[in-house]
Design a protein around this ligand. Structure first.
Ligand SMILES: C[S@@+](CC[C@H](N)C(=O)[O-])C[C@H]1O[C@@H](n2cnc3c(N)ncnc32)[C@H](O)[C@@H]1O
Length: 325
């Protein structure tokens, strides 16, 4: 006897695997549950949803996922026509540089942050066109510590495609969030991602930054190259500065520190939160040493997986809170 609750749970789990880009296997009793009607429900939650049609996921992953699913289903079910049709369509598509990743918040399929990004680590000379693990960690931590951001003006350094800034802007009661980067294509992609995720926000102003507002919060995008900070002082004085995966290159550490020094000249009480995956201990230790030299104190906040956003807790990581001594 098949209980619909079990089947609904299986459909949800399978949909989560799909959106999270994970591989799966189906047991014989699960294949039994995936009759035509339940396949239809799965398709409606995933590739037949309005969200997916507008913002499709990575082509190669879709091909792998659906080939695998169809192979399982063929062993015990009549396979839904839409499965074959979808597979045919995506197989005929060319892999494009950008696709959309749907990040599910707290495993709730109605709570999604959709990010236009690439799969590759470096594209057009920047690492900023994909979401990195540290962005997921920092967002997971922030959504679990919402009170820290309440009514605050937040500035993000090296935002990349904007996952962290957009997630915090969506889930915390900030006053404003300015996302910054030094690469024009990255800035354009952040702008696209704001429009995807915050369609109710209206264009407010364009001075040195593009700002959108919903009347309660502002969210914006600004060019900020750490090597060229002349305008920074006058423009925007944040209460909180955040950054994910920005301590990775020894040659940019000094410029990054210069930005922190400049910002603290305007507001000595800024809280800085920097999340890192520590790939090279020497580079990270050099950053800590430089913080000390320039009169900053830091605390390594213990990062645990809060389960709001999936991230790999096995990596060597750090979340620093940095303040002026
Ligand atoms: C590893 S990516 C991290 C992106 C994003 N924070 C994330 O975690 O997904 C590093 C980011 O720092 C930015 N960056 C590197 N050098 C920079 C500089 N001199 N000024 C401003 N941003 C810079 C890059 O453009 C890129 O977006």
């Amino acid at each position: 006897m098949i209980y619909q609750n079990d089947a609904d749970n299986l459909i949800k789990v399978l949909s989560l695997y799909f959106f999270k880009g994970l591989h799966y296997s189906l047991k014989p009793e699960e294949i039994k549950q995936m009759n035509w009607e339940n396949q239809d429900k799965f398709l409606k939650l995933t590739v037949n949803s309005e969200l997916f049609k507008k913002y499709p996921c990575n082509r190669n992953f879709c091909v792998r996922f659906f080939k695998n699913l169809i192979q399982y289903l063929e062993t015990g079910q009549e396979v839904h026509d839409d499965m074959y049709e979808f597979l045919c369509i995506v197989m005929n598509n060319k892999e494009s540089e950008f696709s959309f990743h749907h990040y599910i918040i707290k495993d709730d399929l109605s709570n999604i942050v959709t990010i236009k990004e690439t799969k590759n680590m470096v594209v057009n000379g920047t690492t900023g066109l994909k979401t990195w693990e540290a962005a997921l960690m920092l967002s997971d931590w922030a959504v679990c510590h919402k009170e820290i951001f309440t009514n605050k003006n937040v500035l993000e350094l090296g935002s990349g495609v904007g996952f962290t800034g957009i997630t915090i802007a969506k889930h915390c009661s900030i006053k404003s969030m300015i996302m910054t980067d030094c690469h024009t294509e990255v800035l354009k992609t952040i702008n696209d991602n704001i429009l995807i995720n915050l369609p109710e926000f209206r264009f407010k102003e364009k001075y040195n930054s593009v700002i959108y507002t919903n009347g309660e919060k502002d969210i914006g995008v600004m060019m900020l190259d750490w090597n060229n900070t002349e305008d920074l002082v006058l423009q925007f004085i944040p209460d909180i500065v955040i950054g994910a995966d920005i301590v990775y290159d020894p040659s940019i550490l000094q410029s990054l520190l210069n930005v922190l020094i400049l910002m603290h000249k305007n507001n000595n009480n800024i809280d800085v939160y920097i999340a890192s995956v520590i790939r090279n201990q020497d580079t990270f230790s050099e950053f800590l040493k430089a913080l000390d030299t320039f009169n900053f104190k830091y605390e390594d906040l213990k990062l645990i997986n809060n389960g709001y956003i999936d991230w790999d807790s096995s990596v060597n990581k750090s979340l620093l809170r940095i303040n002026k001594k």
